[in-house]
Design a protein around this ligand. Sequence first.
Ligand SMILES: Nc1nc2c(c(=O)[nH]1)N[C@H]1C(S)=C(S)[C@@H](COP(=O)(O)O)O[C@H]1N2
Ligand SMILES: [Mo]
Length: 302
Amino acid sequence: MIIRRKPVWELPESSITPARFVLGRRKLVAGALAMGPLSALGAARAAHYDPGRPITPEHDATTYNNYYEFSDDKNIWQAAQALPQAPWSIKFDGLVEKPQTWALEDLLKQVTLEDRAYRHRCVEAWAMTVPWRGFPLSRLVALARPLASAKYVQFQTITNNDAMPGLANPVYPFPYTEAVTIEEAANILPFIATGLYGKPLPPQNGGPIRLVLPWKYGFKSAKALVRVSFTEKRPETFWRDLNPNEYGFWANVNPDVPHPRWSQAHERLLGSGEIVPTRIYNGYGDQVAQLYAGLQNEMLFR
Ligand SMILES: Nc1nc2c(c(=O)[nH]1)N[C@H]1C(S)=C(S)[C@@H](COP(=O)(O)O)O[C@H]1N2
Ligand SMILES: [Mo]
C-alpha cells in the first residue's frame, strides 16, 4: 500500500503542483503562505521541516566538498574563496521565448526565498543533511519562459580559469553541465540554493547559486550556475560524458543498484561518520517516484 505522506519539509505551498510554469505561481504561493501559520517567518522557517536526520555540522558540510573545477581532492574550500561571487549573471537560452541575461541581484528580486533542509547523497556513498536557503527550480524556469517544445533543462557551471586550477586538467570535459527533464524541473523538490546554514552560499558549496536535486546522486546538483538552456534533445552531461557506464542521465538514488565499482546499499554521514542504510530516491519517493512511471527500460538508478 502506498501511504501519501506530507512533503518532507511541511510547507503549506507544497500542495500547489506547478504543472505549468506560470508566473502567477508566485502570487499563489504568497497567498497560501499568508493564510498559513508560518507567514510571518519568511526565510527563517528552517525548524518547520524534518529531514529525519540530524543536520550535519556546518564545518563538515563546508570543508569536505566535491568541486572538480578546483581539484579532484575534497579539500578545496580554501582555494574556492578565490572565485569571485559578484558581479554574477545567469543566461537563459535555447528554446525560450527570448534569450535573457540576468544579473543575480535582479533575479533574486523576482523570487521568494525559503529554507529547506534536505538530505544529500553523493554517488561515492557519503551523505549530509544541510539547511539550504533558496527558491524552487520551477520558479527559475518560469522566469526563463521556455517554449512548449522544450523537453530538457541544462545547467552550466562557471569556468573561471584564473580561480579554478582544476579546469586545466584535460581528463575532464569542462564546463561542468547537468540536466533534468522539464517534468522533473516542475516537481516541488528541485531547488535553487543561494544560501546554506542561514548564510550566503559559500563558494566551495557552489556559491553564489547552485542546483539541489535531493533524490538524485549529488553530482547532478551543479554548482555556480551561469547558464540555463532549454533543449528538445537530451543534453550531454559532465559525468556521463566522462564515463557513461558509471554515471547516467537519471542518476536517481537506489540502494539496490550498485555502482559498477561499489555498493550503494549504505552511506556514511559527514560529521558523525555513522553508516546508515540508503533509501530509494534518497527517501523522497513520495514526491518523485511518479516521474519515472513507464521509464523502467531506462537506466534510472545510475
Ligand atoms: N560544478 C560542479 N558542481 C558539482 C560538482 C563539481 O565537481 N563541479 N560536484 C558534484 C558532486 S559529486 C557533489 S556530491 C556535490 C557536492 O556538493 P557540496 O560540495 O556542496 O557538498 O556537488 C556536485 N556539483
Ligand atoms: Mo558526489
